[in-house]
Write a new protein. Structure first.
Length: 124
């Protein structure tokens, strides 16, 4: 025979464990909701993202200084090529295409760098 008053109910330890797990679940869901309101996804939060900090891995992680330097160099060289091509071409239609390309390319990379600065997606 069990040595408790009522063996048909959970023990104090089991009740405490159930309360603790419920509390932990509630805290996690509350944290996820709070982070999602400020623009941090659940996956990024799992990778260490906090308000003001990017995740340490994954597609939205901050670029390393080396990758950022290489990307800036690619942008610089592409603009130099576009300027050279524009200077080489004398025809009005070809010059317009060169200007369009340069404008599109610069707008794309300016948008990219602004997203990287505010924690947006970056290329790996």
């Amino acid at each position: 025979m069990p040595s408790v008053k009522n063996p048909n109910k959970p023990s104090k330890n089991r009740l405490a464990a159930r309360r603790a797990s419920t509390k932990k679940r509630a805290q996690k869901s509350s944290e996820a909701g709070r982070l999602s309101r400020i623009g941090i996804t659940k996956a990024d939060a799992a990778r260490g993202a906090k308000p003001g900090l990017l995740p340490t891995s994954g597609p939205r992680a901050a670029l390393s200084k080396k990758k950022l330097k290489k990307l800036e160099q690619r942008v610089r060289l592409a603009t130099q090529r576009a300027e050279k091509a524009e200077a080489d071409k004398e025809g009005g239609e070809l010059v317009m295409r060169g200007e369009f390309f340069l404008e599109f390319f610069l707008s794309f990379f300016l948008e990219f760098f602004s997203e990287v600065g505010r924690g947006g997606e970056g290329c790996q």
